[in-house]
Design a protein around this ligand. Structure first.
Ligand code: ADP
Ligand code: MG
Length: 566
């Protein structure tokens, strides 16, 4: 068989042992100068997909290949187009999310050559080659989809979209490049849409309040394609983002974090950029730290053994605390060349951030040096700026060069007022008293349905961190008292039980959990097993972890709120 007809070759392999797919390795002509290369063949049908490379000479237009950024952007556009063309097939196209990254799946060269690499699961579930299916996939579907990447065949609309994609990326690169000379660390354009649709969906939130810069911090930066772009310039030094809870502070910081990357058109953050040495740091208790000099933030530590103290200028641990983990992350970021630290109170250890006057009196032996004392010298002496979200403590007001207030998603500069308040010293007034009764919720039992879209029951634990329940993947990673995968299975079964009758749509959740407890007390594991034919490993969970999972189920519905004391 001559090596020129991949489809015919595949058909001739029909029914042979799976390993014979190996014989395909190498180049296959696709016509018009294009080549398909079988780079790596999977050993069996369950292994990671085989790798197929397709090279198309002279496929990209000269106008969009003149610079490395244009080529990266164009390859990002082509990969997204290819992913769309191959939707519904088993072919994997690593086109990524909204960020436009340089990646191995797609490359555009200066001479117009386009190369894509795809993951193709070779068909043969019974370890026999399915020749016809493979011939259709590799001989027809894939070449037809890849041929659509040739610029000459692009409809006008697609040409426009490709140009927009490339110019959007090019403008973001220009905005980012303009930051340093303007002594800015980040830029958020007016009109940008910062919030995302949900915690697990990176699409822009519909109906969001577009970003608007405060006049006092407004800058205008020229771009090669969109002309002058106006927005908030976040200056070097110490910048504080303050504001009430749920007013959009973290959303601004997250957009700045993502601003080290370029974004595709339609993302909302196309013109939100940060210097590419901006690094988010956070608390991460339990992480390991190896020989890191954390003495800037930790002066001495108890060793726990024989009253020795650990050296903090050469600090190692297999299990860092929240504060030491954040201290380590901050100095490690500086070591790696960070010029901007991005810190959010939501993900920080309080005691590495602040130490108030009362605690200074009460705890004389505090080993931690709070960030509030290092944040200015970090900039003045080490040249590292900080952007810090802080709504909970005013201790940072005096150390901030710039204070930005988020108020119902609107942005204002309040540096002057903040410094005034800081100069007055510290006072704290009691603003609230009592603790109101906790409103009881009536959960809709039909929303606790473990049936997946295909009509099959899906209750599966993936480690201790994820419960698949119906169509929902419940993230349990922050429910820290879950210790065992079998508990997660038990939680899934308990949720199903709640939905199948324990909750009747009239009783509040707390009463439902009482009934669940009674049933678990009476029947133990059998309460969660569906009779004798159901054999699986599960462990009986507490009501609290069942409730925690229910509360994190994105599909759960609450029918009614019962206010006031029961
Ligand atoms: P904070 O950190 O101030 O407590 P977040 O940034 O977490 O607040 O935002 C709170 C909620 O408001 C989130 O659900 C977020 O998606 C939403 N949100 C943030 N910015 C906007 C906006 N500009 N328009 C609409 N919703 C927004
Ligand atoms: Mg927040």
């Amino acid at each position: 068989m001559p090596r020129d007809d991949l489809a015919a070759t595949l058909r001739s392999l029909d029914g042979q042992s799976y390993g014979r797919y190996r014989s395909l390795s190498g180049d296959w002509p696709l016509g018009s100068g294009a080549t398909l290369t079988v780079v790596r063949v999977q050993a069996d049908p369950f292994a990671p997909p085989s790798r197929i490379r397709v090279r198309l000479p002279d496929a990209a237009p000269t106008e969009l290949t003149t610079t490395p950024d244009r080529r990266r952007a164009l390859s990002g556009f082509l990969l997204r187009r290819l992913r769309r063309a191959l939707r519904g097939t088993p072919v994997h196209v690593d086109a990524g999310g909204p960020e436009v990254l340089e990646r191995s799946a797609g490359r555009v060269e200066a001479d117009g050559t386009v190369t894509v690499e795809l993951g193709v699961p070779m068909p043969g579930p019974k370890r026999r080659i399915l020749g016809r299916e493979a011939a259709t996939l590799l001989g027809e579907t894939l070449p037809a989809a890849v041929a659509q990447l040739r610029w000459e065949g692009f409809p006008d609309d697609d040409r426009r979209a490709a140009r927009e994609f490339v110019t959007t990326v090019e403008d973001a690169v220009a905005l980012r490049a303009a930051l340093a000379e303007r002594r800015l660390v980040a830029f958020v354009a007016d009109g940008a849409v910062l919030p995302r649709r949900s915690g697990v969906d990176d699409h822009p939130l519909e109906g969001a309040t577009p970003f608007a810069s405060p006049e006092s911090l407004r800058v205008t930066i020229p771009t090669p394609n969109a002309g002058d772009v106006t927005g908030l310039g976040v200056p070097e030094g110490v910048t504080l983002i303050v504001g009430g809870g749920y007013h959009g502070k973290s959303t601004v910081l997250r957009a700045i974090e993502a601003g080290v990357y370029d974004h595709q058109p339609g993302d909302g953050r196309e013109r939100v950029v940060a210097r590419d040495d901006a690094v988010k740091v956070r608390a991460e208790d339990g992480r390991s730290v190896v020989r890191t000099d954390v003495s800037a933030f930790v002066t001495h530590l108890p060793s726990g053994q024989r009253g020795e103290t650990l050296p903090t200028d050469d600090f190692s641990t297999t299990n860092a605390s929240g504060s030491t983990s954040q201290a380590a992350s901050m100095v490690e970021a500086v070591e790696a060349g960070a010029g901007v630290l991005l810190v959010d109170e939501d993900t920080s250890a309080t005691n590495i951030m602040i130490r108030d006057g009362r605690m200074q009196q009460l705890i004389a032996t505090e080993p931690l040096v709070p960030f509030v004392e290092r944040i200015r010298p970090l900039h003045a002496e080490r040249g590292v700026s900080s952007v810090l979200v802080m709504g909970g403590s005013g201790d940072y007001l005096e150390v901030a060069d710039t204070v930005i207030m988020m108020d119902s998603y609107a942005c204002r500069e309040v540096t002057g007022r903040a410094h005034e308040i800081a100069a007055q010293g510290r006072t704290r007034a009691v603003e609230h008293s009592g603790f109101p009764p906790v409103t009881r919720r009536v959960v809709d039992p039909s929303s606790l349905d473990p049936t997946g879209r295909q009509g099959k029951r899906r209750v599966t634990a993936r480690g201790v961190d994820t419960l698949t329940f119906g169509e929902d993947d419940v993230d349990l990673s922050a429910v820290e008292q879950i210790v065992d995968r079998s508990q997660v299975t038990g939680i899934g079964r308990a949720l199903a039980l709640l939905g199948e009758g324990v909750l009747d749509g009239t009783i509040p959740l707390g009463e439902g959990l009482d009934l669940l407890d009674a049933e678990l007390g009476r029947a133990g594991v059998d309460a969660l097993l569906g009779g004798g034919r159901d054999a699986t490993d599960l462990a009986v969970p507490r009501r609290h972890e069942v409730a925690a999972a229910l509360n994190r189920l994105r599909t759960v519905k609450v029918r009614e709120l019962l206010r006031g004391a029961p």
